[in-house]
Design a protein around this ligand. Sequence first.
Ligand SMILES: [Zn+2]
Length: 342
Amino acid sequence: MKAVRFHQHGGPEVLQYEDAPDPVARPGHVVVRVAACALNRLDLFQRNGLERVTIPLPHISGADVAGTIDELGDGIRDFTVGQRVMLQPGLSCGICARCLSAQDQLCARYDVLGYQSEGGYAERVAVPAANIIPLPDHIDFVKAAAFPLTFLTAWHMLFAKAALAPADVVLVVAAGSGVGHAAVQLAKVSRARVIATARGEDKCAQAATLGADDVIDSTREDVPKRVKALTGGRGADIVIEHVGASTWDGSVRSLAKGGRLVTCGATTGFEATLDLRHLFARQLTFAGSYMGTKAELLRASEGFFGGLYAPVIDSTFPLHEAATAQRRLTAGAQFGKIVLVD
Ligand SMILES: [Zn+2]
């Protein structure tokens, strides 16, 4: 099959569109013909190389996949060849205590499709049958591929980690990002009041169309000051953070008394400081979050299929232009999801 692989770590120029071995449908597994595969920041980290994680080389990235079933391994009875599906990006053992108590994202063998396994920047990909989610006919492949990772991440952050309640004020940092644009929509359908930040006029306008009640242009406004002004001095009950060093201080200062900050990333830098007096006197809660459970993704999918929310497609690129697509993500030029199509 054709795939986009890298044989060494580096910039987007290391991505090569080339022949790769066809994946095999082992027992309990399914091979899916990829129609669309969305980009995520994880793809960039794998390509650049990580300090403590070994990425098997050559490597095929791609966590977010939609397509049709091509081949069934032994023992698969619930699916048929030709069936339209999207994939759960979280891989776990399925038999440990964590997996069996719906905490599969804490499994010792947890992996994300295309992280240490081979992913969807390819014509075909093999996954365990547990990772198959059948797709209704009215959901197209591009939207389906753009959905799983970011909506699962945002869902877990808002509902499992921050225990979102209807009247909460939620500050979503960088509403144009994958997680950000999902969090705005999920918080809105839950009747929260959503304040979003975005960079520049265009992205602010787009954040408003997602349903954000207020949008702060972080290129020219002081975020915590505006959040306080918009909430009568109270601040945000929940902050959804993933930008890291450049926004951390403003995110912490935007919190209301008793506020919860949940973070799932640190794109702009890993080091942050925290005034411990604020932590206890303001009774703040901080939580780290990574992906979510398979059960949560199934729940989140129901709302997607039912039309409550949907990923925004920034742009699509043919698979062989994956490097161009990754450059757009690196530049942060997108609003919503960038998707590779077959
Ligand atoms: Zn497990």
